[in-house]
Design a protein. Structure first.
Length: 405
């Protein structure tokens, strides 16, 4: 009689069950994930989205978009606002309407997200990256002056000035330099809604200001952006190009190249609900910063992103640097310790002149931005960050410093 063969099917099922149980126990041991800057949605957004559904205005444009534009313009003190599909779209249209084309140089902050520079290339321009200052981590006016002096026979077409991590750059000297050299300023305020310069909201001092409502921003529409301007004709041109440049006709007539860049009515409803609570969200993010400063500010070699005396930051993200020669640890060890504790933290922006995409692009300076990238870390900073999670983040950071109590 043949020997009975083992039931590998049952064995396999048993092993799968053991693996599932192991995974379940592991998940029970691991605390919930703490994200860097998650969306913070409330009942106002739900109510306004329901209103959009009830009206059957689901496609792009509609009364929610119109209201969002009016309310946003009032919030930042701009004459006109145009709701678009992203902050990148807003910057792209600003550069296009400014007339950037092949051969044009456009000055750009180097310590920022790549979306600050990519639209320059969309239009055939060449980005020229400028270093930042230690006082605010934003573009250094002295570096800007050097860059302008270095190009006496070739005037840059524009300056894309990023207001970094929710803090305004030092606008007055930058505006003075732009005026002296005939350079048009575009404010990239994607991270800076709710921040001020000399008591006034950022984003309204140049040719155009652009904002982002990506999922991690201080207010979100899931995905979206806004262009603001004092020029009504410019706003109308942006609306025209953002709706596929459709000419007035009973049929679809197009004489110019356009884009599908307008924001949907549903997403605008979310944005309206978010905007109502902007001041609260700024207050909570600033409270996060104050907590981290109080609980971690005594650690050797750890320094927080300074708040310059010319404005008030929204503290979109709490950012710090760790000097490894003083701290006995470094940015990456702390980041990995946070990740092991299921906490999301990220290095500060990698300077654009170090990105493979822009390795051959011209630049002026760069050492400050490189140092900030090497040592800089962004901590969880959401406006809905629970006190217990905030304390957990601080405890992991503190534990990573040798000899810290």
């Amino acid at each position: 009689m043949a020997a009975a063969l083992p039931n590998f099917g049952n064995l396999s099922g048993c092993l799968r069950s053991q693996k599932n149980y192991a995974g379940t126990f592991a998940s029970l041991r691991m605390p919930p994930r703490v994200y860097l800057s998650p969306p913070d949605i409330g009942p106002d957004e739900q109510s306004l989205v329901a209103e959009a559904f009830a009206s059957n205005w689901i496609a792009p444009l509609g009364p929610q978009v119109d209201a969002f534009e009016r309310e946003f313009a009032q919030c930042v003190g701009a004459a006109h606002a145009v709701a678009l599909s992203s902050g990148t779209a807003a910057l792209h249209l600003a550069l296009r309407l400014l007339g950037v084309s092949a051969g044009d140089e456009v000055l750009c902050s180097t310590l920022t997200f790549v979306a600050s520079a990519n639209p320059i290339v969309y239009e055939g321009g060449t980005p020229v990256f400028l270093d930042c200052e230690r006082e605010s981590w934003n573009l250094d006016p002295n570096i800007l002056a050097d860059a302008l002096r270095a190009r006496p026979g070739k005037k840059p077409k524009a300056l894309v000035l990023a207001h970094l991590y929710g803090q305004s750059a030092n606008l007055d000297p930058i505006l003075d330099l732009c005026a002296q050299h005939g350079v048009t300023l575009i404010e990239d305020a994607a991270e800076a809604l709710g921040a001020t310069y000399q008591g006034k909201p950022v984003g309204t001092r140049g040719f155009a200001g652009v904002f982002s409502f990506n999922g991690n921003k201080i207010i979100t529409t899931s995905g979206g952006g806004m262009l603001v301007t004092e020029d009504g004709e410019l706003a109308q041109r942006v609306r025209f190009l953002a709706t596929q440049a459709r000419d007035p006709a009973p049929h679809y007539e197009h004489s110019q190249l356009g884009f599908n860049y307008r924001l949907s009515n549903v997403l605008a409803a979310i944005g309206r609900g978010q905007l109502r609570h902007l001041a609260e969200k700024v207050a909570r993010r600033r409270a996060n910063f104050d907590y981290y400063l109080k609980t971690l500010g005594d650690l050797p070699g750890l320094n927080f992103m300074p708040e310059a005396n010319w404005g008030r930051a929204n503290r979109w993200l709490t950012c710090l640097t760790i000097d490894p020669m003083v701290a006995g640890t470094d940015r990456e060890k702390i980041r990995l310790a946070l990740e092991a504790a299921n906490v999301e933290a990220r290095p500060v922006w990698k300077p654009l002149h170090l990105q493979p995409l822009y390795a051959r692009a011209p630049r002026c300076g760069g050492a400050v931005a490189e140092e900030l990238f090497a040592n800089g870390l962004c901590l969880p900073s959401g406006s809905n960050l629970a006190e217990a999670d905030r304390a957990r983040v601080a405890a992991v950071v503190r534990a990573g410093f040798p000899g810290a109590r």
